[in-house]
Design a protein around this ligand. Structure first.
Ligand SMILES: Cc1cn([C@H]2C[C@H](O)[C@@H](COP(=O)(O)OP(=O)(O)O[C@H]3O[C@@H](C)C(=O)[C@@H](O)[C@H]3O)O2)c(=O)[nH]c1=O
Length: 182
């Protein structure tokens, strides 16, 4: 199991050991002791699973109270996954880290509390599964626009136009107008 700091060191790319044989493969997707040694030392209280069609973009989401750390992975298809540092005073405040996660590369991303999170689907469909370190609290949920020019996220958008975004995400705030973490 490899734990690799990304462009934002607190955002960690996890490359699990994958044991293939004639039946298929086996891998550990969460193991408290190994992940703690790798810098991901959290209790998880909720697991989520979403499916999205190609060109979908979900995000950028965060909860200003009850902030959630998210251990995310893709079990079918592929996505470009992004974390944005919203921790005021952090040396990487306002910066983003992005990684390609897929069912084929088995990579996971640790998005700590204090970050906004989103992803863009690059395959026909994508199944996206993640563990959360706090409960869903819609009353504390905030959304920053995925295409905020100040953030300048380099989404690998397909040529045929704008991504598929929920009504809620279309109402996302500019980064400059967002609430941050102290
Ligand atoms: C996130 C969530 C949603 N829901 C419900 C609310 C709504 O009716 C329906 C769809 O919700 P949303 O449109 O917010 O789903 P979605 O846009 O997939 O929201 C998710 O996006 C990614 C990027 C994240 O980082 C997640 O934390 C979460 O915010 O599911 C829950 O019941 N529990 C949950 O934990």
């Amino acid at each position: 199991m490899q734990f690799i700091p990304t462009a934002i060191p607190d955002v960690i790319l996890v490359k699990p050991d994958v044991f293939g044989d004639e039946r298929g493969f086996f891998m550990e997707t969460w193991q408290r002791r190994k992940f703690a040694e790798g810098g991901i030392d959290h209790d998880f209280v909720q697991d989520n699973h979403s499916r999205s069609v190609k060109g979908t973009l979900r995000g950028l989401h965060y909860q200003i109270r009850q902030p959630q750390g998210k251990l995310v992975r893709v079990t079918a298809g592929s996505v470009f996954d992004v974390a944005v540092d919203l921790r005021r005073g952090s040396p990487t405040f306002g910066q983003w880290a992005g990684e390609h996660l897929s069912a084929d590369n088995h990579h996971m991303l640790w998005v700590p509390p204090g970050f906004a999170h989103g992803f863009y689907v690059t395959s026909e469909t994508a199944d996206f599964q993640y563990k959360c370190s706090d409960y869903y609290a819609p009353e504390h949920e905030h959304c920053i626009r995925w295409d905020d020019p100040e953030l300048g996220i380099d989404w690998p958008l397909s040529d045929n136009g704008a991504p598929l975004v929920s009504e809620k995400d279309r109402q996302g705030l500019a980064f400059a107008q967002a609430e941050y973490f102290d």
